[in-house]
Ligand binder design. Structure first.
Ligand SMILES: *Cc1c(COP(=O)(O)O)cnc(C)c1O
Length: 821
């Protein structure tokens, strides 16, 4: 594919005719956007064809990444960068009469993910392709993502996220590859003895795949992500009902089937909602494993080689039924004996755990699994039977241990423990930061770590430098490229360390500050647009962007803001550094406590922004609908990164890495990957506060009286009293009483215990900010020393510790022989 501007322009005009059926004179902005996207896509699809051919020829071991979520972010800028066609595209766009940025703004962010776990999946796929590792990501093609967030009277409002309303140029449908997925029904013996049985489903639905391209940076490899959507067969539509005017009844079946992939994480507060979630999980697993087996059999016959060609990484427990499904395929459909099938299955799977909270480890009622997936329930029982016999061999007579480790929880209700199934059925289990992996082995999965210590690993998360530096922060990237003498740092982020010796260089510091300021100006424009709030681009940009969750402690941040507000109210000359508090984040629709905190942030923000004295120094901006696109805008402008979860609760965090790489200094607890960030950037370039994980656990276990902190600390008391008195809810004392009660009487996440340490540390932040040279040095050191947090390094760790896969280089002119989807 040639890449000069004339060819690109001609391709684009031809695509306009062919794909949009329109002409240059009458092309709308959306016509132009779509056509431009397709023209870029042409460059990728040609690389993809070569990649598929190279993979087919090499018959390598593939990494299959299974995830319920992919938080991909917009594709347009990324694909311009990865095909190196930005300049050609700019020229071609303006020939159609549109500025490139206006067209880029029409690109919709795919609504396929939710938070950190989904973004991790996207970053890992990017790094897999960049490292030339043969890989496919498997997921669900949701009609609506999580939801679009807006605010009404400060409260979160949820609207459907119809992200593909206009279609998306980045997705290829493959309706010919539809396959059937069963649910319900019964099982029966057939064809001889042994564990082999036949499942006769009571309902079947169609799974239809589509795929999106996942290019590597600076390489020819283009992998794919394959997404499954539930579709009703054409006879699901009831023409009889329709003719009789019963239009609702006519489509009832269609709706019933297609609801399986309607939304991400259907509300599970009802019985039907829970069933739909499990259905969704099995739907992903069933489609995916059939596809993996099909791909294997393109080049291989004997299942004894299956584990040499396939490694399946389970991203959390949502896809863990894959273990039972592979056993079902091997034993029931391919007639392998149980032990052989189990040996293969165990070698194939690896499991990433993303939580520490025992209550967050997923379980499903046995009664539901029995009804929805009767054969899988039998298989889980059989796996459990063999597993418990193994435990008995290692720990004879230890019945309590067997009860704890069983795949089936007995009390208060019989439930299948998905994390246990994952550990038993995998050859490797990993946590996502050092502290998290340590705590997993020592606490959450202790019994398993004792039985199989060799299975447990740590793989600290990472983020894409291409997405979160190069695309999100072109100004800083330009400076880095200039200083480091080329773009090689985008593939080897450790090269950032070269900056360190220039951290005191005057000229560098000036440019660094100038870039931050201009990024804050850009953010100010967006904030004004999105919220009406005017912010001062010279004020410190203090950022807390992440899902709203009590353990993440947005409430602690609110108490700090109220405290500063009070200081200024009591003394307008108080020594408070000008700051903009930027919030972003959604709360799960059913999580009422988190939604109250969102309303409180908005209430406090309204009061501060309207106060004639406080608003001269402080502003609060809550950017609605936090997603990857918003993250790319906020992160480059950030000076201070709030990572203030209660220690021992955040598995890793990745927002912390993105912000540090962009030169934000962290104020944080010793939690998740904060610990590793601090180890690298140095104590003097990190603001540490609060109890560590061991202390916090001790506090929670002992006699903890949150009220005593309230009583002893006048600033804390004033802040809590103001919230309780209705100061941020138009005088309504009831509005935030649940929030106040939660910290005064339970305070599960130690907001009260850590408040003083937090506020004092924030005063130290103010002190550091006043010394601009010192602050800039800290900022530079954060960028220079965080190369470790590249997802490329994460992929190297997975390769060495878990996957044992080799790259396959794709030549520039690989003959296109047998394309392998
Ligand atoms: C990185 C990212 C997250 C994860 O943020 P944490 O601070 O690690 O919880 C969530 N959402 C989006 C859109 C992200 O880009």
């Amino acid at each position: 594919m040639t890449d000069n501007a004339d060819d690109f322009g001609r391709n684009m005009v031809a695509n306009l005719y062919r794909h949009r059926g329109t002409t240059v004179e009458s092309a709308s902005a959306r016509d132009a956007y779509h056509t431009l996207a397709v023209t870029i896509r042409d460059r990728l699809i040609e690389r993809y064809a070569r990649t598929a051919a190279a993979h087919y020829a090499a018959n390598p071991r593939f990494v299959y990444y299974l995830s319920a979520e992919y938080l991909l972010g917009r594709q347009f800028e990324q694909n311009l960068l990865y095909t190196d066609t930005r300049e050609q595209a700019r020229v071609a766009a303006s020939a159609l009469g549109y500025p490139l940025d206006d067209l880029a703004a029409l690109d919709a962010e795919p609504g396929l993910g939710n938070g950190g776990l989904g973004r991790l999946a996207a970053c890992l796929l990017d790094s897999l392709a960049t490292a030339d590792i043969p890989a496919v990501g498997y997921g669900i093609r949701y009609d609506f993502g999580i939801f679009t967030q807006s605010f009404r009277d400060g409260a979160q409002r949820e609207l459907p996220d119809d992200w593909s309303h206009y279609g998306t140029p980045w997705e290829f449908a493959a309706p010919d590859d539809r396959l059937e997925v069963g649910f319900y029904g019964h099982t029966e013996a057939y064809n001889g003895s042994g564990p082999r049985r036949r499942w006769v489903p009571g309902e079947t639905v169609l799974g239809e795949p589509s795929h999106m391209l996942v290019p590597g940076w600076g390489t020819e490899t283009v992998n794919i992500i394959r997404l499954w959507r539930a579709v009703a067969s054409s006879d699901s539509f009831d023409l009889g009902h329709f003719s009789a005017g019963r239009y609702g009844d006519a489509v009832e079946n269609v709706t019933h089937v297609e609801n399986i992939t309607r939304v991400l994480y259907p509300d599970d507060s009802t019985e039907l909602g829970r069933e739909l979630r499990l259905k969704q999980q099995y739907f992903l697993v069933a489609c995916t494993l059939r596809d993996i087996v099909r791909r294997f059999r393109l080049r291989n016959e004997d299942f004894d080689h299956f584990a040499d060609k396939v490694v399946i990484q389970l991203n959390d427990t949502h896809p863990v039924m894959a273990i039972a499904e592979l056993m079902r395929l091997l034993v029931d459909e391919y007639a392998l004996d149980w032990d052989r099938a189990w040996g293969i299955t165990r070698r194939v799977f690896a499991y990433t755990c993303h939580t520490l909270l025992p209550e967050a480890l997923e379980t499903w009622p046995v009664s539901l699994v029995e009804r929805l997936l009767p054969r899988h329930m039998e298989i889980v029982y059989l796996i459990n039977h063999h597993f418990l016999a193994d435990v008995e061999r290692h720990f004879p007579g230890d019945h309590d241990r067997k009860r704890r480790m069983s795949l089936i929880q007995e009390e208060p209700e019989r439930r299948v423990r998905m994390a246990h199934l994952a550990v038993v059925g995998s050859s490797a289990v990993n946590g996502v930061a050092e502290l998290h992996s340590d705590l997993l082995s020592a606490e959450t999965l202790r019994d398993f770590a004792q039985l199989w210590p060799e299975r447990f690993h740590n793989v600290t998360n990472g983020v894409s430098s291409r997405r979160f530096l190069r695309i999100a922060n072109p100004r800083l990237s330009g400076l880095l490229t200039e200083r480091l003498g080329g773009e090689e740092w985008l593939r080897d982020l450790d090269l950032l360390a070269d900056l360190e010796s220039h951290a005191d260089d005057r000229a560098l510091q000036e440019r660094w500050r100038d870039i931050k300021r201009r990024n804050r100006e850009d953010l100010a424009l967006h904030v004004k647009d999105a919220t009406g709030v005017v912010i001062d681009p010279d004020a410190m940009c203090d950022v807390m962007i992440k899902r709203f969750h009590e353990y993440k402690r947005q409430l602690l941040k609110v108490l700090h803001i109220v405290t500063l507000y009070h200081r200024l109210r009591d003394d307008p000359a108080a020594d408070v550094v000008p700051r903009t508090f930027v919030f972003g984040g959604k709360a799960a629709p059913g999580y009422h406590a988190a939604k109250r905190i969102i309303a409180l942030v908005n209430g406090v923000g309204a009061a501060v922004n309207a106060d004639p004295v406080a608003s001269r120094r402080l502003r609060v901006a809550f950017v609605p609908n936090y997603n990857v696109t918003r993250a790319e805008l906020i992160i480059p402008a950030a000076d201070l990164s709030e990572q203030i979860s209660m220690a021992g609760k955040e598995a890793s965090g990745t927002g912390n890495m993105k912000l540090a790489l962009n030169g934000a200094v962290t104020v944080g607890t010793l939690d998740g990957a904060n610990i590793e960030i601090r180890d690298r950037v140095g104590d003097e370039n990190f603001f540490l506060f609060g109890q560590d994980a061991a202390e916090a656990a001790r506090t929670r276990r002992g006699y903890y009286d949150p009220r005593s902190f309230y009583e002893r600390d006048p600033e804390l008391r004033a802040a809590v009293d103001a919230i309780a008195s209705g100061a941020f809810s138009g005088g309504d004392r009831g509005a935030f009483s649940s929030v106040v009660d939660s910290i005064l009487y339970h305070d599960e996440y130690l907001v009260m215990a850590d408040y003083r340490s937090y506020v004092d540390t924030q005063d130290a932040v103010d002190g550091a900010w006043r010394d601009a040279d010192r602050w800039t040095r800290m900022s530079i050191m954060n960028t220079a020393r965080c190369g470790f947090f590249s997802a490329d390094r994460t992929i190297r760790d997975y390769r060495e510790r878990v996957w044992h896969v080799d790259p396959v280089r794709v030549g520039p002119h690989h003959p296109v022989t047998a394309p392998d989807r």
